[in-house]
Design a protein around this ligand. Sequence first.
Ligand SMILES: [Fe+2]
Length: 192
Amino acid sequence: MNQATISHPLFQQLVKEQSTIIDLLAQLDLCENNDDLKKLSLNLQTFAEIQHHEKEERLLFTTIYQNQKIHEGGPMCSLYFDLHQFENRKVKVEQIIGRTIKHTHQQAMLLKNRTPLVIPIEEHQSGRDLLAYILEKVDHTAFAINKINLELYKNIQVNHIKKEANCLYHMCAGLLSKDTADEILAEWIKDT
Ligand SMILES: [Fe+2]
């Protein structure tokens, strides 16, 4: 197979979007009131959640899941799981929102065999549910509390992006042919 590499334009596109998310997150330090936090949260919901993470799951993860090698483990996965154990924020999010995180139908399918995809999916949904909670409560909650919750969202995203850029995307590149990566990128751009 003509294998994709991490320098394929698909991964360049993903990394470019990650830096847009990091730039948005940096605006948290400039927020002075709940209106600022609300505006930033809505921008994050649109770009990070509805566009970037959703497309990762629908276009990239569903393709990777079809590859038998993702079900076999290996050293890359060990590093990934180690980082996850160290930085797992799911429990903290569930304490704040007062319930367990809710997975979509597509996520439930991808979670079936406990592949390394469990980690990014859990992080996506923890962030997504926390952001939805922040937006639901922002108008009726003290600025300081809203800001602490959005700081946690930021922390989840920064760690998530670091893991994807340094670990998951490399693993994905090794599991995709160049042609399949081209097809995913075409779909990705069409959907922007
Ligand atoms: Fe992601």
